[in-house]
Design a protein around this ligand. Structure first.
Ligand code: MRU
Length: 370
């Protein structure tokens, strides 16, 4: 997608040296657009754990490139397995990480040590390209939902068309993937096609991925949007101001339960109560075919309590500042994801099309995988 008219991706290999890995430092957005150069396994691991890069599909792709960086230093089998284990341990909930590393190891275990680094770069690049294609396909399959909502709202007289109001949570845009995003891909496609859209952007405490990242990337692409507090969604739904919700996911079970950023479940409950369609947009790399009960089986990352006790913003001097918002003596808990049971979802938008969030719906869509 574009930043001020220039196309970018969230990760790429440096065009000059052709081996270092470039990413946008997402901890600096929206205040400054800084680019990082990853040259070692350690830097790649740090980028994922510190959330300089985040979002399920992007974590998988950066981990794949992190393994390629490790193999430049030591292509031996033991070092490769250790590097993969180190990368796999960075974030527990997003299944794309394990999926990407499994795919890399399947290719690399059968490759001679001398050719491993080159093979790893090629496989990581293939994963990245597929991510872009899959997200574009998710966009195409999600677009009719927005077009239908627009037609339902179209005035019969000469009044201007009302925009379709879409609520989203966290950041499931191009910054969370290689390009397009998952939940935001249909929105970008609708906007590009001239369908009037307006996005309610949940701020997404504690790390504010909505307020900082989703608002930034929608704004840079010119998509109308409004940031709301995490608690506002139910009220807006009660008052008919949300036509549909689209969110991403970090892991979807074979039965259609969806783990996503903390707070998603509450939005799905409110949507269910108000009969607002609630869609989850995922590439197939986010589906964990080994898990049936998302609430009990998906590991939920517990992040540092300082993400809850503090807020980072821009100070009055224009520079980023972090301030404490809780009493110093109050403990804080920080579960980073929750699981929305499939029964609360209207359906899933995948690269192969839309399906019910059920075992049968997913199996029919992915017979070759399930
Ligand atoms: O902790 P994060 O920022 O990596 O969490 C990201 C999300 O929850 C996204 O909504 C999810 O990864 C979907 S990605 C397209």
């Amino acid at each position: 997608m574009k930043i001020d008219g220039t196309p970018y991706r969230a990760v790429w290999v440096d065009e000059g040296d052709r081996w270092s890995v470039r990413v946008i430092d997402q901890t600096k957005l929206p205040w400054s657009l800084d680019f990082l150069r990853l040259t070692t396994l350690r830097q790649a691991t740090h980028a994922i754990t510190s959330m300089q890069i985040r979002g399920a599909p992007l974590i998988g792709v950066v981990a794949a490139y992190g393994l390629a960086l490790a193999l430049r230093d030591d292509p031996g089998t033991d070092a490769m397995e250790r590097a993969a284990a180190q990368l796999a341990g960075t974030r527990p909930t997003a299944i794309n990480l394990r999926w990407a590393l499994d795919r890399m190891l399947t290719r690399l275990r059968n490759t001679a040590a001398g050719q491993r680094a080159a093979a790893a770069y090629a496989e990581a690049a293939a994963i990245a390209e597929e991510d872009v294609e899959q997200n574009a396909a998710i966009g195409r399959h999600g677009l009719p939902l927005i077009q239908q909502a627009a037609e339902a709202k179209a005035p019969s007289g000469p009044q201007a068309s009302q925009p379709v109001n879409i609520l989203t949570h966290c950041n499931a845009g191009w910054l969370a993937t290689v390009d397009w995003g998952t939940a935001l891909a249909p929105i970008y496609m609708a906007h590009n096609a001239g369908v009037p859209v307006h996005v309610w952007v949940d701020e997404t405490r504690p790390r504010n991925q909505g307020a900082a990242l989703t608002a930034w990337e929608l704004g840079k692409h010119g998509v109308p949007h409004t940031v709301i507090s995490d608690n506002a969604g139910g009220h807006l739904m009660q008052h008919g101001q949300v036509d549909l919700a689209i969110v991403g996911a970090d892991r979807v079970t074979r039965t259609g339960d969806a783990a996503n950023k903390i707070g998603t479940y509450l939005k799905a409950l409110a949507a269910h109560d108000n009969k607002v369609p609630f869609w989850v947009a995922v590439p197939s790399s986010t589906i964990d075919w080994t898990v049936s009960d998302g609430v009990r089986e998906i590991p939920i990352e517990e992040r540092d309590a300082t993400e809850v006790t503090t807020v980072t913003g821009r100070g009055t001097d224009g520079r980023p500042a972090t301030v404490r918002v809780t009493p110093t003596s109050s403990p804080a808990a920080n579960p980073a994801f929750d699981v929305t049971p499939a029964r609360l979802l209207t359906g899933l938008i995948t690269e192969r099309g839309r399906c019910e969030a059920t075992a049968e719906g997913l199996q029919a869509m992915f017979r070759d995988r399930a």
